[in-house]
Design a protein around this ligand. Structure first.
Ligand code: GTP
Ligand code: MG
Length: 182
């Protein structure tokens, strides 16, 4: 196959959400198939890359992991500009992390200032569903889906970064929605 004929695309993805919801764990599971049960808060921001093929396109996802804890946040609006997709993560077992989605959503749009705020591609992830087996879920799936529907039908995924459940599917959707909006 003649790869020179393929278009290569770099997509900038920004992952936001409260401290401890599992943003770093989701990325580590997606890119390295690894999970660390110890919590080490992210300071500032860092990225990993992953290549994948979407139809006839080679796509490089540049996934930016950010600090959820306020005291470790240090990102200016220049950081958000040029993003192709924003992933909003909450913990299905922590009500407040779900309520904060609106703030993260609003803050992203304010900082990134995209030309198409109504149709800008977001993906929402409700993480740590493995803990739900112990009945600790606080946010019903339907509530999360309603929130997503009311904001222009944002795709929604429930994941376990610990078990690797639905993580590839969520990021594949990230890549597809970003490519579609290019
Ligand atoms: P900040 O960097 O502070 O914003 O946090 P974060 O969103 O990156 O969270 P992180 O990935 O560091 O995960 C926080 C803690 O939750 C860690 O102890 C993880 O091992 C744990 N964790 C993450 N995802 C899951 C999951 O799907 N299931 C379970 N049981 N624990 C998880
Ligand atoms: Mg982190």
């Amino acid at each position: 196959m003649d790869f020179s004929m393929k278009r290569r695309t770099l997509l900038k993805v920004i992952v936001l959400g409260d401290g401890g919801v599992g943003k770093t764990s989701l990325m580590n599971q997606y890119v390295y198939n690894k999970f660390n049960p110890l919590y080490k808060a992210t300071i500032g921001a860092d990225f990993v890359t992953k290549e994948l093929q979407i139809d006839d396109k080679m796509v490089t996802l540049q996934i930016w992991d950010t600090a959820g804890q306020e005291r470790f946040q240090s990102l200016g609006s220049a950081f958000y500009r040029g993003a192709d997709c924003c992933v909003l993560v909450f913990d299905v077992n922590i009500q407040r992390s779900f309520e904060m989605l609106s703030n993260w959503h609003e803050e992203f749009l304010k900082q990134a200032d995209p030309s198409n705020p109504e149709s800008f591609p977001f993906v929402v992830i409700g993480n740590k569903i493995d803990l739900d087996y112990g009945n600790s879920r606080m946010v019903p799936e339907e509530k999360a889906r309603d929130w997503c529907a009311s904001r222009g039908n944002i795709p929604y995924f429930e994941t376990s970064a610990k078990e690797g459940y639905n993580v590839d599917e969520a990021f594949l959707c990230v890549a597809k929605t970003a490519v579609a909006c290019e």
